[in-house]
Design a protein around this ligand. Structure first.
Ligand code: SF4
Ligand code: SF4
Length: 397
């Protein structure tokens, strides 16, 4: 990430922090406590997972519980069938599976429908925030790159950029028969899929003939109330708004029996819904003493306050694994310490600003440490690097 991109990133992060200060979220402490309790109850709870699967199935939703990455990809491919175009909304699990690349190799085009994700897809860049993937790019830089892609001049007015990308996305949504989304929560009591978004794109994607939901086993919540509590915290931390523009609760396919009581599926929405619940080493992580890492709701608030991330941006990240939390997860996932994890200052700013109070610095120490002397070494080295780049940022015009 270059100097301009770090500045753009800081500017975006500042905007969110200002919104946090303006929007007083009443009862935040109590809500955080409830969220933590829900995560402690659900993550790694096989009984609740079983209950969620049974209730989804009772609601006419097909479910696959898959262990490994390749099994997940093969299952998604078989659900897509002969279709060659899939419209997709934001899903961190599909990024983890590198799904778009795998589907592309089979001749299936995947079009992102979230504006930021579509820009990222066209530009071939990596995200800088879980819910604001192009936070590091200025409108000027985006316009320059898009002009090349669309082969016409696009000015750097954000309205125009959004309009052009939106037209591109709408045309793909119109042509696709398969919509693929993630899920913010799956509720055990009701067997519901809960999704949130601000753009409105998910409302379109989930109405395609077939809706495939790709999510992970750690997204189980006891009930809709606890899922909504999580969504409010997620929305506030990610954007500064207390409630997102849209919350979708899906508890079955679109259907009617209005004519002669004949049961017809797929009226205004999908006639088929499939949920793919991916493990992909999560059970192993939970058993190996890192269960707490799976409590993360992906709000990105830790990044807003991480001094290293605010100084070198996604140089302190690996693909979709951003900042200390992401790099810790990626190291455990690959069974190999990511070299960038050594940049963590273990300052604790992430923990302080995490709604779940996740102790990222302790996890980082546990993962990377080969003893006290190595921790002292990493501490000194990371602080020197950080001070050097801080000085560089101040020197630049
Ligand atoms: S402890 Fe590491 S990951 Fe957390 S805020 Fe500090 S530098 Fe960032
Ligand atoms: S670690 Fe905490 S602050 Fe960071 S994304 Fe996860 S829940 Fe949000």
């Amino acid at each position: 990430m270059n100097h301009e991109q770090v500045i753009a990133l800081r500017k975006t992060f500042n905007t969110v922090r200002q919104r946090h200060n303006q929007n007083n979220f009443k009862d935040f402490g109590n809500r955080r406590r409830r969220l933590r309790e829900a995560r402690e109850l659900c993550v790694g709870n096989e009984e609740l997972l079983k209950q969620a699967i049974e209730n989804l199935q009772k609601n006419g939703i097909k479910v696959h519980l898959v262990k490994e990455k390749q099994e997940a990809i093969d299952t998604i491919l078989s659900e897509i069938g002969d279709e060659k175009l899939v419209v997709k909304s934001k899903s961190n699990v599909t990024k983890e599976l590198e799904l778009t690349k795998s589907l592309g190799r089979k001749g299936i085009e995947v079009v992102e429908t979230d504006i930021g994700d579509r820009i990222m897809q066209i530009l071939g860049t990596t995200p800088s925030h879980p819910t604001g993937p192009v936070s590091h790019l200025s409108a000027k830089e985006i316009a320059r790159e898009l002009s090349g892609h669309y082969n016409k001049p696009i000015n750097d007015n954000p309205d125009e950029i959004v309009k052009i990308v939106r037209e591109d996305v709408i045309s793909s949504i119109g042509n696709a028969k398969v919509g693929l989304t993630g899920a913010n929560a799956i509720t055990a009591d009701e067997g519901s899929i809960v999704l949130t978004h601000n753009e409105g794109n998910i409302s379109e994607v989930m109405r395609k003939d077939k809706h495939i939901v790709v999510t992970s086993i750690d997204k189980i919540y006891p009930d809709i109330e606890s899922a909504i509590n999580m969504l409010k915290i997620l929305s506030y931390n990610a954007t500064g708004s207390i409630i997102p523009s849209f919350v979708e609760i899906i508890t079955g396919v679109s259907k009617t029996a209005d004519v002669e009581k004949k049961f017809i599926k797929g009226v205004h929405g999908a006639s088929e819904i499939t949920v793919i619940l991916v493990d992909n080493k999560r059970s192993q992580l939970a058993l190996n003493g890192f269960r707490e890492l799976l409590y993360c709701i992906g709000c990105g608030n830790c990044l807003l306050y991480c001094p290293m991330y605010n100084t070198i941006g996604n140089e302190y990240a690996e693909d979709n694994y951003l900042g200390g939390k992401g790099l810790a997860y990626q190291s455990l996932y690959n069974d190999e310490v990511n070299g960038k994890l050594k940049l963590c200052l273990t300052c604790g700013k992430c923990k302080e600003n995490c709604p779940l109070d996740l102790d990222i610095p302790s996890m980082v120490r546990k993962i990377r440490s080969e003893g006290i002397s190595s921790e002292v070494y990493y501490f000194l080295k990371s602080h020197m690097i950080w001070m050097y780049y801080q000085a560089m940022l101040r020197l630049k015009p």
